[in-house]
Each structure stands twice: as structure tokens, then as C-alpha cells.
Design a protein around this ligand. Sequence first.
Ligand code: ACO
Length: 389
Amino acid sequence: MPPRMLESAEAARRLGVKLPTLYAYVSRGLLRSHPSADRRHSLFVAEEVEALAKRSRGGRTSATRLATVTTAVTRLDDDRGPIYRGRAATELARTTPYEEVAALLWGEPMEARRWEPLALRPPDQLATLDRLRWSVLMAGSADPLRADLRPESVTAVARRLIATMASMVPQDAEEGAGPDGVGGSMAAVVARGLVERPGDEVVRAVDAALVLLADHELATSTVAVRVAASTRADLYDAVLAGLGVLAGPLHGGASQLAWGLLHEAERVGPERALDETLRWQQRLGGFGHTVYTHGDPRYPVLESLFESVASPAQVAMLREVVGLAAARRIPMPNVDLGLAALALATGMPDDAGRTLFAVARVAGWTAHYLEELEERPIRYRARAVYAER
Ligand code: ACO
């Protein structure tokens, strides 16, 4: 296998140094740089960077540290957002259906495949996220070949799982999977679950949202999936681990808070809604991001999709909310505000953002799952530092 190569910024990030320091390492002979194919960038062998990182700790590996993840799935670019195997998600969202983007993430040819759900009847009165989790559990228990971890078997499971989860989105059990629930793209199936009789515009917006949410490098839920994969859990169990983390309000809940803010802004006006929210919640859901320091590049894509389906009053309302937040020096909007706005304008329920996230992210989780299967098993086992309290 050819060595895994890191770009300068990634190598510097791994070593915890700035770019000039990285180049100083090269000129001091501590690290070799290699020209890229177009000879315009320097590349570094991942293993050599790792060895240097270890040397700088006096040759010791830190027992308390979790494994370093080197990935070829998604790179996060501060300006362009997530880049899926070299292709910007913000571009793909405009041009490419979710199913093809999933294949891209999995390293498969981007061609039409079968995405067929299992016919399941969920128990009544489960919340949407619980319906999704229930369907993963049931699909796993019905699969006698779930221990087959060959890549082509794993991606076949992923397609069936995503199609099954998509068919679980409807609130009405009667409309779940089954001959009538089948049909159309994943976006069409999910849109039908979230909106009564969605038009083409809404299905297109849902498809774009699924693409934008399909992966986000090492989001906490993805770490959970990788940890599960490192124990060689099957894909069903790994996805359940991801969904468990996604259920945390700090991960999957921000768009619901943002939906509440926008809903209030429609009801009582943006200024009062913002004031009240800040008074009770201190932070505005849907603003700020741990990775993107000058704005989440996924937001403008969702904002323009929102504008294609929203009323002029809603468009004005969102602009005012964003303007008021900027005037108060609140960080820029993130993907969750875009999801919330889209949900509000199309009449989707307040937790629609999380539902879209959960279905979409199975594509990324599967890509990371496959990558983790190539790594040393149980590599995330760390040691704690014990201190009595
Ligand atoms: N609303 C109001 N003020 C905010 C917000 C917000 N959403 N986000 C950050 N700020 C303020 C902070 O209070 C802080 O002000 P201070 O310097 O006066 O104390 C300043 O902006 C910088 O904030 P940090 O906490 O340093 O920003 P950080 O990058 O750590 O926070 C985070 C990122 C956690 C996402 C935060 O912006 C937040 O809580 N957002 C709301 C929840 C949300 O939308 N989460 C989904 C984002 S997805 C993700 O990042 C995993």
C-alpha cells in the first residue's frame, strides 16, 4: 500500500505547531517533505509525522491519549467546509444526489444501486429518533450475516439501513415501510416523512441537506462509531453507538433550539425572540462552531435553499435574526440554523434537523467504520489518570 500522505496544514496540526515551525523541522532535517503530483505543495508521510510526534514526547506514547485518527474520508477546510474525498460538500449539495455522495464516501463507483428498506412496523408512540434506533436494532437482529465485515457487505448493509431509517421518518406508523413506503430517492422518502406532499423544491432541499450532513470528519458521534468499529462490532451496533451520541442535546439538539428561536421570532418579532432566548439560554442554538472560526460554509447553502421555499416575510425574519446576532458579536450562523430555517419554512417538525442529520450521517459513519476496520483493533483503549476525590 502506498504511504498515507498529509498536507502541510494537517501535518502541522498533528504536531501542534504552526506552519513556519513545520518548515523549520524540514530544514533542520527532522522531517522530510515530498512534492505533490502537481509540484505545488509539500506532502508529508503520515507515519514519519507520527514518529516525530512520538519523539517529541521523548519516545513515549502517552497512555492517557486516545488513538490518532488519520482519515482519507473528509477534510474540514475553514473556508470551503467539509471536503469528501477531495470534493467540496457545498458543491456536491448543488449537483449530486445523496446516494451517489454516499458511494463517494465509501470509495465505491458513484452509480445507481439498490436502496431497499426492510418492511418494519415500529411500536406506536416512539419519538422519531427512537424509531430510527429501533429500526437499526430490528434490522440487525434480522440479519443472519451481520458479522460479515467485508467492505461490499458492509456497504450493502449501509444502503439497506439508510433506506430503512428513511422509511421510519413518518410519524404515522401506517405510512412506514412496505410496498407503498418504498420508492423514490432517499431524499423523497425522508421528505415525505417530514412534510405532507412535498414538492420538487422541498425534495431537492432535503437532498442537499442530506449531502451537506453526510459527514463531518471526527464529530463526536463519529468517534463513537470508530470506537465501536475498533472492537469489531458490526455496522448495526456501530450505528447504534453513533445514534446514542447524536441523541445528546449538545450534538444533535442545536437545530431544535434554533427552530424554537425562529418560531419565536415569527411570533413575537426577531428582537424580542433573541433577547428572550439569550436571557434563558445564554447561547443561541445555531450560532458558533468549534471548527469554523469565521462561519460554517454549509450555512449559506442551506440559507439559499431556505430562500427558495420560504415566504418573503420568513426571508426577512431570518435576515433580521442573523443581523441582530452579528450586532451583538455572536459568532456566525452554523449548519443547525440553516436546517432549522429550512424546517420552519417547509412545515417540518421542530426536530427535523436532527432527523435529517441522523439519516444522512450513516453514510459518513459507514465510511469511517470501514476505515477503522483497517486499523489495529481496540486502539482506543486509554488509561485514566486516577485522582481521589
Ligand atoms: N450564542 C451566543 N454567544 C455565543 C455563542 C452562541 N451560540 N457561541 C459562542 N458565543 C460567545 C461565547 O459566549 C464567547 O463569548 P465571550 O468571549 O464573551 O465569553 C464567544 O462567543 C466565544 O465562544 P466560545 O465558547 O469560545 O466558542 P466555542 O468555539 O468554544 O463554542 C460552540 C462553539 C460550543 C458550538 C458554541 O458556539 C455554542 O454553544 N453554540 C450554540 C450551540 C450550537 O449551535 N451547536 C452546534 C454547533 S456544531 C459543533 O460545533 C459541534
